[in-house]
Design a binder for this molecule. Structure first.
Ligand code: ATP
Ligand code: MG
Length: 389
């Protein structure tokens, strides 16, 4: 389908299970949002995933891959299904292939306490949780995904950390911390001048005033690969004197994410550590339904909720689409930062505020004990988009 030159092509891969439900709900919000901000988005829905594998013998055809790779951004629901597996018994996960094939090294997973959404910790400071795990997504222990060896008496997997990817991950993390610190002080100035109500209404003044802090999460006390990673981070940190640089062992980080998560900002880490800590992070702020993610490389990016296809609730209209809506906001923000125009950044900010506003006003999805299903959440968020932009 020919599109005008100012229209961006978004490849939409709904996938399996609740992936299709949360994607549909998100498109229902994105379409009016785009219209109001005068931003051109052409959605091209593509089939991939476990059911695609069952029906066609391939989880993602080369044609689909090429269409996704040539789009301006990729919006993905979730893929995989317990009963549908490859011949060797592994799960169908074409979303992992996208990460490797498109070199999406930075898995960005923000965890933020949304006003009105219950957090896991009773400490009032838990309402200030606002951290981002940057999960390296192309190497680490996942490098071994198709390479591990198993014999009768031994199984062996390889962890790989490379200098070029680690440098990129470090630079990405420091730049992210810098942008977040700038956004915090911008919000503070706006709140002071009364131009804008505080979007993150739970935020305390000291939390809003924080400088950027990057904390590398590793296991440098045991493994040479992580000492190597630390060394590279230290080199890159020197380029960012305005951002504080720290490091933390992954076991201690698991403890501190439960004890004092509000003290952390940007947490880059190895692939497997990031996978595990991400679920912990989601548990802190309301569950998987509130955990968005972006897999970002130099040329491509995939935006998807951090959760899977949730076979236990699939097909019942119960899935919480918030993680996907927030992932879509990250997509608009990323497109805006890449030169698509201020309309994209504005639309991203408005979508995030609409999500916050809807939950602050009493919206409650089933995963937090409420009755507002997938469509009701999308409706409530759409209703809060400012009329006229
Ligand atoms: P994956 O292997 O892809 O990580 P998983 O097996 O870890 O998947 P998920 O699909 O992420 O599982 O779901 C874990 C649990 O969280 C399930 O009980 C599911 O019902 C719940 N869950 C996940 N996403 C949502 C959502 N959007 N709304 C409500 N509940 C969800
Ligand atoms: Mg999981």
């Amino acid at each position: 389908m020919p599109t005008p030159s100012n229209t961006l092509r978004i490849a939409v891969l709904p996938g399996d299970g609740i992936g299709t439900e949360v994607t549909e709900a998100t498109l229902a919000v994105l379409e009016p949002l785009a219209k109001r901000h005068g931003i051109g988005l052409a959605f091209e829905t593509l089939r991939a995933g476990a059911f695609c594998y069952r029906d066609t013998g391939t989880a993602m055809s080369e044609e689909t891959f090429a269409a996704a790779a040539s789009a301006d951004a990729i919006l993905l629901g979730a893929m995989g299904w317990p009963e549908i597996r490859t011949a060797d018994g592994t799960e169908i996960a074409p979303q992992l292939d996208l990460r490797f094939r498109l070199n999406l090294y930075a898995g960005v997973r923000p965890f933020r306490a949304i006003p009105g959404v219950p957090v896991a910790l009773a400490d009032p400071r838990a309402r200030d949780i606002d951290l981002v795990i940057v999960r390296e997504s192309t190497e680490g222990l996942f490098f071994s995904r198709d390479r591990g060896t198993v014999s009768h008496d031994m199984a062996e997997e390889t962890l790989r950390i490379t200098r070029p990817v680690t440098e990129k991950l470090a630079r990405f993390s420091f730049e992210l911390a810098r942008r977040r610190a700038e956004a915090r002080s911008g919000r503070r100035a706006e709140a002071r001048s009364g131009r804008r109500a505080e979007a993150h209404s739970g935020g305390r003044p000291e939390a809003r005033n924080r400088p950027g802090v990057v904390t590398l999460v590793d296991k440098a006390n045991v493994f040479r690969a992580f000492a190597f990673m630390r060394g590279i981070f230290a080199e890159v940190a020197a380029e960012f004197p305005d951002v504080a640089s720290r490091s933390h062992y992954v076991d201690a980080m698991a403890l501190d994410l439960v004890r004092r998560p509000w003290e952390f900002d940007v947490l880059p880490t190895e692939n497997m550590f990031g996978d595990i800590l991400s679920d912990l992070g989601a548990g802190l702020v309301g569950g998987m339904g509130f955990a968005p993610s972006a897999d970002i490389g130099d040329a491509h990016a995939v935006f998807q909720p951090a959760h899977g296809t949730a076979p236990d609730i699939a097909g019942r209209g119960l899935a919480n689409p918030t993680a996907t809506l927030l992932s879509a906001a990250m997509m608009l923000d990323w497109l805006g930062a890449r030169g698509a125009g201020q309309g994209f950044a504005d639309a991203a900010a408005e979508l995030e505020s609409a999500v916050d506003g809807a939950f602050a006003a009493g919206l409650r999805s089933p995963d937090i004990g409420g009755r507002d299903g997938t469509a009701a959440v999308a409706r409530a968020v759409a209703q809060r988009l400012r009329p006229g932009g």
